[in-house]
Design a binder for this molecule. Structure first.
Ligand code: GAL
Length: 416
């Protein structure tokens, strides 16, 4: 009689143990894809993993360009509970590799034949000490200008191709009582506009010297002064409520006709398409003024963290292979506004903006005008990028002169 509750408890325990053993393997993925278009995109990966019998634990940290995600990730890694994977890009992958916390996923790369599907500029970034530690997701183009053609028509303005035309259009939009430039006053958004301006004012070779090689002479040159002058002028077309505004809310202003134009990477297209808008009709994707022949790229990737069990490891490799699959590359990028990073994905379903991105990337690669985005962590290490971003934000939020800005920029570039 007295044994009965014990037996019941034991039965219960073994049932719990059995269900734990049978529980689906799981991956926990840290990302910051929380806007309308972004959330739709990452939901596709969750669906795909669940279809493969792997449970998805979402570790979403809101904040454009991962503003808050890195802090959250560091806290988890220090606490010894890193997620399975995290959206980490560019040179930062090497920084995390040096911490000794990333997992070797060569097995997935071999199985998926990544070497034959990815350009070597991409594989180099995904490896730490010769071994794959990250899987690339997509290619975003940063140097875009998003335009509402109905706003242009209402204002009697023309779609701009260079800065003279841009300011002419901005004047007309402003005079017609609408916001000319939709923007959110956050440091990474300021940096996004800044780098497109540098590219437009100075061209790809100057951009490379200044923002990739951090050449002191280029950073303090008259061309850089002119870039800040241009940025200062753009500032005068931004509405007074821009401080702290999220990028997708700025995009929404263009979508609903409150504003005419926005400098932003093509994750903005994800917002337009999620709102049912059609490129060429409801919105235009134009290369940022003066940047038609160049292309600043931003490659999203998931870096993999060391996991404990063989089962977790297996789920991690499944995740890596799912990301590189043509099915994922197609559906994710259709929603995200980016283009596939690997070869062998059909173009058939992609819209005119994506096709233009694909063609312009190939052309700029040939012409030597394909450049890594500084603002999106592709070009320089995070300490230098952070210091440079601070200077740009200070310029945007104060009466700092272009001359003072270039001096501060050159100093920031020396950050160790
Ligand atoms: C970029 C990132 C994109 C997009 C954007 C806004 O840095 O690469 O995937 O999420 O920030 O958050």
């Amino acid at each position: 009689m007295t044994l009965k509750p014990l037996v019941q408890a034991a039965l219960l325990l073994s049932a719990v143990a059995a269900s734990a053993a049978m529980a689906a393997p799981q991956v926990e993925v840290l990302h910051y894809w929380t806007s309308g278009g972004e959330a739709k995109s990452i939901a596709e990966l969750k669906k795909m993993m669940e279809a493969k019998g792997v449970a998805w634990k979402d570790f979403a940290v809101a904040g454009g360009a991962g503003e808050n995600a890195t802090t959250a990730l560091k806290a988890r890694v220090i606490a010894g509970s890193a997620p399975t994977a995290a959206q980490i890009k560019g040179p930062s992958i090497q920084e995390w590799g040096q911490e000794g916390v990333l997992a070797n996923i060569d097995a997935a790369a071999t199985e998926g034949k990544w070497e034959s599907l990815l350009p070597s500029v991409v594989t180099k970034v995904m490896k730490y000490q010769g071994h794959y530690v990250a899987v690339p997701v997509n290619v975003h183009r940063v140097n875009w200008l998003w335009v509402n053609p109905a706003v242009l028509a209402k204002a009697g303005a023309k779609a701009p191709t260079n800065f003279d035309e841009f300011f002419a259009a901005a004047d007309k939009i402003k005079a017609a009582g609408m916001v000319a430039v939709a923007h959110g006053g956050q440091p990474w958004q300021d940096a996004t506009v800044f780098e497109s301006v540098v590219l437009g004012v100075g061209g790809a070779a100057f951009y490379d010297k200044a923002l990739v090689k951090l050449d002191q002479a280029a950073l303090t040159s008259p061309t850089m002064v002119k870039s800040f002058e241009t940025l200062g002028k753009i500032k005068t077309y931004i509405d007074k409520d821009a401080a702290g505004r999220d990028w997708n809310l700025a995009t929404a202003m263009v979508i609903n006709g409150k504003a005419g134009m926005q400098f932003m990477g093509d994750w903005a297209k994800g917002e337009f398409t999620a709102a049912g808008k059609v490129p060429g009709k409801d919105f235009l994707c134009l290369p940022a003024p003066g940047t038609e022949k160049s292309y600043t790229f931003n490659i999203d990737s998931l870096a993999m963290f060391k996991v404990k069990s063989a089962e977790e490891q297996k789920a991690q490799l499944t995740l890596a292979n799912a990301v590189m699959s043509p099915e994922f590359q197609e559906v994710f990028n259709l929603n995200k506004g980016s283009i596939p990073v690997r070869s062998g994905v059909s173009r058939a379903k992609f819209d005119s903006c994506a096709i233009r991105s694909m063609d312009d990337m190939a052309a700029s690669s040939k012409a030597g005008t394909l450049e890594p985005s500084m603002a999106h962590g592709m070009a320089i290490d995070s300490a230098k990028a952070g210091a440079i971003q601070d200077v740009i934000a200070k310029f945007m939020n104060s009466s700092m002169t272009p001359q003072a800005a270039v001096q501060a920029l050159a100093k920031a570039a020396k950050t160790k």
